[in-house]
Design a protein around this ligand. Structure first.
Ligand code: ADP
Length: 622
């Protein structure tokens, strides 16, 4: 009905506007009307030029151009008088009635058309809505479309929580017998790609019940009321198939916090849809075995009404998997492709800290693509390594032309990062050093942590800043110049330092206070300072600067001490372009690192190295 009312409203507004327009035109152009007595007086006393008869009205025109009209009771008598006075007489057909009737007819036709179009649109939308619910339905016997808990790994706590939902759907009477109220809604919250959709499908698969798969954006339509009516239709349809699961992905598209008193139509539509959803969820009886699962990666913006008991009163947090979880997920996805025998998934899981389930699935696929491209019939470790670099850093830009000077600066820059990382005990081990440009980065020094970290110590964070400073420090020591290559490092270092001072209370001067709000993400997150006095703000700035300066000085000191090693490493990098962990260790071992650290300048060159058998050059040149 909403569409009809809206269209009729628009139609009548349009009519009123047209009426006002016509009225004002008439005011300007309509002839003055005089009484018949006035007309007779003018006829007798003034100089009339012409008279035009239009039906029973006459329009009189004076010699000076003045015009007016009147209605005459007896035209014949008037005509003879006019003839006597020798006034020009004209006759015109009176079309006003015809015009009026035509306009009225058009108006009625338009009105009828508006009603017909609106009703047919409403019917079409209703039909679409009915189809909408059934189109998104996956039935348990549809084979491949449903997954089970065996296809989900790395989130054991979430599986445990949802096991209860599975039990309820499988055996509702067990719950109703003892009067337990059924769980109605579960909100799955976590970053994108962590497996929320997969988990919802797995619940349906485990319980062997129908699964309705919607997305929040399915309900956001141009017309107000469509989303709400879809919600009602879905639940009507779902009740016929209970026990079943209704899954709403990205519920934040409709379930965002409602702004009080907002009237914009988008906002209206969203809040109507949300209201309809809440009403439907409140309306389930314990005999309706429907469980609503919803997923979001923005739980902070959800309307609090959604979390009320009886609605989405259970929240399951889903986080990126830990090392063991990553290994299991890799095994699940690895089973679908052809892997080299004995490939250690634990080693691969080590390479990709922080990867979500979706990223791991993508990693396996990328590795398979790499292997296929190289004509291999099994995927090996190298393919995974290449796939990971491609995902993290983009495609290698081997064809990129870099001047020899820039390459030298780049080699020193990366060598600087690596040597600092090796010199600080808290730092993660080096995994790879490369000066081959990839994506937007010209070079990269990768470190991989041995274990997944859930919290970071002051020393670890400080060492990260020092490592970041190592690139700029190496360039300055070697060439006494500063390049733009350190831009990314400086941004990251400043963000970590700001977080340390403002968010994690790691400065003695500022003390254990939170001076900034915790934005999403961890290292590299946007830090937003809270309101504070100018004095506090100044001390924060000075503490951040102190930390950054101290880290830079430390980097310079280490690299000055190990300048010979820095030069060697940069020279080898210029030659071989990429070094892995083992190769880096060989360089450190065969180039008298301890002596260098002690400040003794080694004099021999790499190629004359006495440990030539294990020397990186001989190893790499094999
Ligand atoms: P989300 O809904 O959280 O954005 P999805 O469930 O859509 O993430 O995940 C996308 C794909 O990533 C899944 O289809 C699956 O292949 C893979 N995936 C994600 N998490 C896992 C997991 N925990 N176990 C196995 N595969 C996963």
């Amino acid at each position: 009905m909403a569409i009809l009312v809206r269209n009729l409203f628009i139609f009548f507004i349009f009519t009123i506007l047209l009426g006002i327009g016509y009225g004002s035109w008439q005011l300007e152009h309509k002839l003055r009307t005089v009484t018949y007595s006035e007309f007779r007086y003018c006829l007798a006393n003034h100089d009339l030029k012409a008279i035009t008869f239009i039906g029973n009205r006459v329009v009189a025109q004076h010699a000076d151009g003045d015009k007016y009209e009147t209605t005459v009771p007896n035209a014949e008598k008037l005509i003879s008088q006019l003839q006597e006075k020798n006034i020009q007489i004209n006759f015109k057909k009176d079309r006003s009635e015809l015009i009026f009737k035509t306009i009225a007819l058009i108006y009625v036709i338009l009105l009828v058309l508006t009603v017909i179009i609106s009703l047919s649109k409403k019917k079409r939308l209703e039909e679409e809505d009915n189809k909408f619910a059934t189109e998104k339905l996956i039935l348990p016997d549809s084979g491949t479309s449903l997954v089970t808990f065996d296809d989900v790994a790395g989130i054991p706590e979430a599986l445990e929580e949802l096991q209860e939902i599975v039990n309820f759907l499988k055996n509702p009477s067990q719950y109703s017998q003892i009067g337990a109220v059924s769980p109605k809604g579960v909100l799955l919250q976590g970053p994108p790609g962590t497996g929320k959709t997969l988990l919802a499908r797995a619940v349906a698969g485990e319980a062997n019940v129908p699964f309705y798969n919607f997305s929040g954006s399915d309900f956001v339509e141009m017309f107000v009321g469509v989303g709400a009516s879809r919600v009602r239709d879905i639940f009507k349809e779902a009740k016929t198939r209970a026990p079943c699961i209704v899954f709403i992905d990205e519920i934040d598209a409709v379930g965002g916090r409602r702004a009080g008193g907002a009237t914009a139509s988008g906002q209206d539509e969203r809040s109507q849809t949300l209201n309809a959803l809440l009403v439907e969820m409140d309306g389930f009886s314990s005999s309706d075995t429907i469980v609503v699962l919803a997923a979001t990666n923005r739980p902070d913006i959800l309307d609090p009404a959604l979390r009320r008991p009886g609605r989405f009163d259970r929240q399951v947090n889903i986080l990126p998997p830990d090392l063991k979880g990553r290994e299991k997920i890799l095994e699940i996805h690895g089973a679908k492709v052809s892997l080299s025998p004995g490939l250690d998934m634990n080693k691969i899981a080590h390479m990709v800290p922080g990867f979500t389930g979706a990223e791991l699935a993508n990693l396996v696929n990328e590795a398979a693509l790499m292997a296929a491209r190289d004509g291999k019939n099994k995927i090996d470790y190298e393919d995974f390594e290449h796939a990971r670099d491609r995902i993290l850093m983009g495609v290698e830009r081997k064809g990129m032309i870099i001047s020899e000077d820039d390459r030298r600066a780049l080699a020193f820059h990366e060598a600087g990062h690596a040597i600092i990382a090796k010199s600080l005990p808290e730092a993660d081990p080096i995994h790879k050093i490369t000066i081959i440009p990839r994506g937007r980065a010209l070079g990269q020094t990768q470190q991989l942590s041995v274990t997944d970290r859930s919290s970071y110590s002051y020393n670890y964070l400080k060492s990260r800043i020092t490592i970041l400073m190592g690139g700029r420090a190496a360039e300055e020591i070697a060439f006494q110049q500063r390049t733009t290559g350190a831009q990314g490092d400086l941004v990251q270092a400043t963000e970590i330092a700001t977080n340390m001072i403002c968010k994690w209370g790691m400065s003695d001067v500022i003390g254990p206070q939170a001076m900034a709000i915790d934005d999403s993400g961890f290292l590299g997150a946007n830090v937003q300072r809270l309101e504070m006095s100018d004095k506090t703000s100044e001390s924060i700035d000075s503490e951040i600067k102190k930390l950054l300066d101290a880290s830079y000085d430390e980097a310079v000191t280490i690299l000055k001490q190990k300048f010979y090693l820095l030069k060697q490493l940069a020279t080898i990098l210029l030659d071989v372009e990429t070094l892995d962990e083992e190769e880096f260790e060989i360089i450190l071992a065969c180039h008298f690192t301890e002596k260098i650290a002690a400040g003794i300048q080694a004099t021999h060159q790499c190629r004359e190295c006495p440990a030539a058998d294990t020397c990186i050059h001989s190893k790499l040149k094999k």
